[in-house]
Design a protein around this ligand. Structure first.
Ligand SMILES: NC(=O)c1ccc[n+]([C@@H]2O[C@H](COP(=O)([O-])OP(=O)(O)OC[C@H]3O[C@@H](n4cnc5c(N)ncnc54)[C@H](O)[C@@H]3O)[C@@H](O)[C@H]2O)c1
Length: 266
């Protein structure tokens, strides 16, 4: 699919990887509906090619309204890039601290913590997909041009998540696992679905990883020995949009890192 002249939707648009994708698509001539949470500094991104829309990706009616606003602005979106996500690491339980430094009771993790990660990362990826795809239901597959392209953001934590990432890893594994069934289901409408699994990138979510784990993750990247740059992620998204044979795949972009558990766990 050519990017120029298309209407695109990017979620998690105000920061990090999503922000880089908004820039990459708008500078290539797309009109971009930039969705993020209310108060996420979206307004500063507004220009002739970018329409900021405040909405929670996990909220059904809010996303329906967001898609309506974007369609009314520049017509039906044919590109969807899902970048919204949270890390919210949490252990299965925590040990209560007592006054004299002795260990107290084990307190199980609140279920709502887990629910929110699944809601934002997994349901918040499916929610825009259902609206985007339904609006393109008149498209046809075969060997014609793309009707639409969907790019999701998983994570290498889908495959080798660390301690305290059971919720995050499960949510990203869910994103990875729904890629092929969605690609198969939407093929007859000419809609492709690809997910990207980044390693450690210089963006917001990585900032929420504890410092000692950050240091090890960077040390472990074989080559290039550094954090990924958001624009490198965006370049892969651009390639996925333009390359019709990319479909149903989960692509790692990680400098060959395979995450391992930090030696020191505080
Ligand atoms: N940075 C990394 O190293 C890394 C690695 C692997 C995967 N990822 C994934 O890449 C994506 C982007 O991460 P990032 O590092 O750029 O993070 P970031 O925090 O810089 O950006 C995420 C954006 O999503 C928005 N967001 C969060 N919850 C939302 C909601 N409910 N509705 C709408 N918007 C919401 C945030 O406001 C933020 O602007 C995430 O899905 C993340 O899990 C990041």
């Amino acid at each position: 699919m050519e990017i120029e002249g298309q209407t695109a939707v990017v979620t998690g648009a105000a920061s990090g990887l999503g922000r880089a994708v908004v820039h990459a698509l708008s500078t290539r001539g797309a009109s971009v509906g930039a969705i993020d949470l209310p108060g996420a500094m979206l307004e500063a991104m507004a220009d002739a090619q970018v329409l900021p829309v405040a909405a929670d990706v996990a909220d059904g009616p809010a996303m329906e309204a967001a898609f309506q606003t974007i369609s009314d602005w520049r017509g039906r979106p044919r590109i969807l890039v899902n970048c919204a996500g949270i890390l919210a690491p949490a252990r299965v339980f925590r040990i209560e601290k007592r006054a004299h430094g002795t260990a107290g009771r084990a307190i199980p993790r609140a279920l709502d913590d887990l629910r929110r990660v699944i809601e934002v990362n997994l349901i918040g990826t499916f929610n825009p997909i259902r609206l985007f795809a339904a609006a393109l239901a008149d498209g046809t597959g075969g060997d014609g041009p793309d009707t639409g392209v969907i790019v999701n953001t998983a994570s290498v934590a889908a495959f080798e998540g660390l301690s305290a990432q059971a919720g995050y890893g499960a949510s990203k594994a869910g994103v990875a696992a729904m890629t092929l069934p969605l690609a198969r289901e939407l093929a007859r409408y000419g809609i492709r679905v690809v997910s990207v699994a980044p390693g450690a990138f210089d963006a917001g979510v990585f900032g929420n990883v504890p410092a000692h784990t950050q240091a090890q993750l960077i040390r472990d990247v074989p080559f290039p020995h550094r954090l990924g740059r958001p624009e490198e992620f965006a370049r892969l998204v651009v390639e996925i949009i333009g390359n019709q044979m990319l479909n149903g795949a989960v692509l790692r972009i990680d400098g060959a890192v395979r995450m391992r558990e930090p030696a020191v766990t505080p």
